[in-house]
Structure formats: C-alpha cells, structure tokens
Design a protein around this ligand. Structure first.
Ligand code: UD1
Ligand code: UDP
Length: 359
C-alpha cells in the first residue's frame, strides 16, 4: 500500500463535502487523487461544482452514467477495482450515502484498503430509502467514521462500532457553505429570475416523492397550493422531471420550474427565500445555517439536528399549504441555535485524523 489518498465522488452532494477535505489534506502535503464515478454527469449536476468550489479536475472519471441500482453500483465497483489494483491507495475517502459511496466501500473492504467515511452514522431508520442501505453498509465497512452530529455518534455506538474509530468532526458541507457565504447574493439571484420580494424555493427528487405517479400527483397538488400563496421557484433535479411534468407541475403561473442551478446561484436564492420546501438532505443542513425556514417533505430525517438546532420541520404533502401559510405569516427567526461544531473547520479535523492514520 502507498500513502496515496483516493477520494471517491460521483453525485451532486458529494462535491461540497469533498472540497474542504481535499483542501485541508493538500495543506498537510498529503498525496491525493480525486475520482469521479460519473454517477452524475450533466454540467449542472457536476462540472459547475468543480468550477465554483475550486475542486481540482478529477484525476479519473469512470463515466458510469445512470442505471438501476444494481447496474450502477456494479459498474462503479468494476471500474474502481481496476483503478485500485493500479493505484494501490493507502486510504479511500467516501462521502455521504449515494451509490458511489457504497460501491467504493464494498471494493475497499474486499481489497483490504483502509476506508474513511465522511458523514457516518446518520440514520433515518427507514429501510425503504436506498440511502439508508448505503449508509448502513458503508459504516459497517469503514475504519474511520467521521460524524457530523452527536446523534450520529450515538447511532454508531449503539451499532457496536469501536469508539476509537468514531470522530465527531462537524460538517464539511457547512465548511463549504461558510467559505462561500459572501458569494451568495440574494438580491442578484432574485432579480435575475424576476422574482417578487417574497418567494419560496423548492427542490424535489426523493424516489418516495417523485417516482410513483400517484405520489407525483399529490405532490403537484400540494406545490400548486403553495404557489397560490407565494411565488415558487423550483430548480428541478432531472430524476422526477418527466413524472412531475406529466402530473401538471408546470401548469401553475406562480410556480417557476427551472434547470438545476449552480451551487453559488442556488444558495443565493435560498438565502433570500421566505421558506424552502425540500426533500434534500444537504438543503436541510444549509437552510439551518442560513436561518431560512425549511419544510421537509418526508416522513423522517436522518438529520434530526436540523430540527433540534435549526430551522427544519417535517411536513406531509397534505399539511404543506397550511404550514407554508403559518411560516409566511411568522417570518424568519431573528436568532436560532446551530449544531455543535458546524464552524467551518470539519475539513481540517478530518485531514488531521487521516494524516495521523497514514503516518
Ligand atoms: C442520487 C442519490 C441520492 C442523492 C441524489 C443527489 C443514490 C442511490 N441516490 O439520486 O441519495 O440525494 O443523487 O442529487 O445514489 N440524471 C440525469 N443527469 C444526471 C444525473 C442523473 O439526467 O447528471 C437522471 C437520470 O435519468 C437518472 C436519474 O436522474 O436515471 C437518477 O439519477 P441517480 O444518480 O441514479 O439517482 P438520483 O435520484 O440522482
Ligand atoms: N444544489 C445546487 N443546485 C440546485 C439544487 C441543489 O447547487 O439546483 C446543492 C445544494 O445547495 C446542496 C446539494 O446540491 O449543496 C444537495 O444535493 P441534493 O439535494 O441533490 O442531494 P442530497 O443532499 O439530498 O443527497
């Protein structure tokens, strides 16, 4: 084994998590390469993050593209096995809970390559979510588990993970947010889209919301009822586009569906929003830091710290319109607590642990 660190990324939420870790490891002089599996490939889902976050060009892109879970995971595993054979890395770093994460973890375990998981220990306790399967498997196989919140540490302990493997480091996605916060220009974002002063931002892509036509229809009905109250802008993830369009999403004059936005433009828009409606994991965390009310259209969250220490609440499609009304009436809070260690230094803490382990 060498002392080379390989970072495995592939899907949109991986990039803001990896950027601060890569930067901090570079500052320590650790030799590293960045792998892109190609799980996400549209310019707006991938390349724009590399440009905006100053990420290095990927050293390798496996270009696996889309597919069923088994096909996509298998394609990533096959590509990574060849790569690891050639590179013999001393450590792999994987991020979050996407198929690229679990695929890399499985290959690492079989090839006995030490594995570090950034964002370990999050649990929705909902086995119907593919991400929950990915989290459980990845954590089980990891040697270094970097947790973003105390509940995550507790889950890992309850599952029997040895305490010396668990490191509570804070949240690297929040490092990226804090490092870029001066670039989030809410006036520019609002004016460019010609939005009214008061508007709602939405993102929707969870299979539980968009895959089934009946769910999509119920979601569209709820979103139209929100648009009856305030202008809504929805940078739509490609996953549900067809089904949501078929269910009439685009048919409300105050609901603007646009392509996914770049990171800086998106968070500029979020920063000035009266409320955010979402089923994204990362957006629950980002709204918590920005103090923007977040209504999460899910029955559960693996990020309860955004409820106890942030601006998040879980809502059903049925109750969404009335909760939006209440949030619009109440306005934004003047102050709110933020989760412990979400201070912009998680990447540095992670890099210190990895560097010590390599030594
Ligand atoms: C994946 C993650 C999910 C994460 C989301 C972030 C898994 C199992 N799921 O879901 O946890 O929240 O990314 O965005 O890994 N597509 C495009 N262009 C792209 C990428 C995807 O058009 O660049 C379309 C394809 O039709 C594809 C579909 O989106 O089949 C789903 O993509 P996929 O990566 O399989 O899952 P996501 O829903 O994006
Ligand atoms: N995001 C973005 N443009 C958009 C929507 C989201 O840059 O149009 C960013 C968002 O700020 C966060 C990340 O994408 O940093 C979250 O990714 P996503 O919601 O796709 O995945 P999840 O967090 O649910 O896994």
């Amino acid at each position: 084994m060498s002392d080379l660190v390989l970072h495995i990324t592939g899907a949109r939420p991986n990039f803001p998590k990896a950027a601060p870790v890569i930067r901090a490891l570079a500052a320590l002089g650790v030799s590293q390469k960045l792998v892109h599996t190609g799980q996400h490939y549209d310019e707006r889902m991938s390349e724009v993050f590399f440009r905006q976050l100053g990420l290095p060009e990927p050293d390798v892109n496996l270009e696996v593209g889309s597919g069923t879970h088994a096909k996509q995971t298998a394609a990533i595993m096959t590509g990574l096995e060849d790569l690891f054979e050639a590179e013999r890395p001393g450590m792999l770093v994987v991020y979050g809970d996407v198929n690229s994460t679990v695929a890399a973890a499985l290959v690492a375990a079989k090839m006995q390559i030490p594995l570090a998981h950034v964002e370990a220990g999050l649990r929705s306790f909902d086995p119907s979510m593919p991400e929950e399967v990915n989290r459980l498997v990845t954590d089980r196989l990891s040697d270094l588990l970097f947790a973003t919140s105390p509940d995550a540490v507790a889950h890992l302990g309850n599952e029997g993970v040895a305490p010396e493997k668990i490191h509570f480091v804070g949240n690297p996605m929040i490092d990226t947010l804090l490092a870029n916060i001066d670039r989030f220009d809410q006036d520019k974002a609002r004016t460019e889209l010609g939005l009214a002063d008061r508007y709602v931002v939405a993102t929707l892509h969870r299979p539980g919301n968009v895959d089934d036509p009946a769910d999509a229809a119920a979601l569209v009905k709820a979103m139209h009822a929100v648009a009856d109250q305030a202008e809504v802008v929805l940078p739509l993830h490609p996953r549900g586009r067809g089904r949501l369009q078929a269910a009439g999403l685009f048919d409300h004059p105050a609901l603007r569906v646009i392509d996914p936005l770049g990171y800086v433009e998106f968070l500029g828009l979020v920063r000035g929003a009266a409320a955010v409606v979402t089923d994204s994991g990362g957006v629950q965390e980002e709204t918590t830091m920005l103090g923007v009310p977040c209504l999460t259209l899910r029955p559960n969250t693996e990020r309860p710290v955004t409820i106890t220490h942030g601006t998040n609440q879980l809502v059903t499609r049925e109750r969404l319109p009335q909760i939006v009304e209440a949030v619009l009436t109440a306005g934004r809070a003047e102050s709110w607590p933020t989760p412990p260690l979400w201070d912009g230094r998680a990447g540095e803490r992670i890099a210190q642990v990895i560097a010590a382990r390599l030594r």
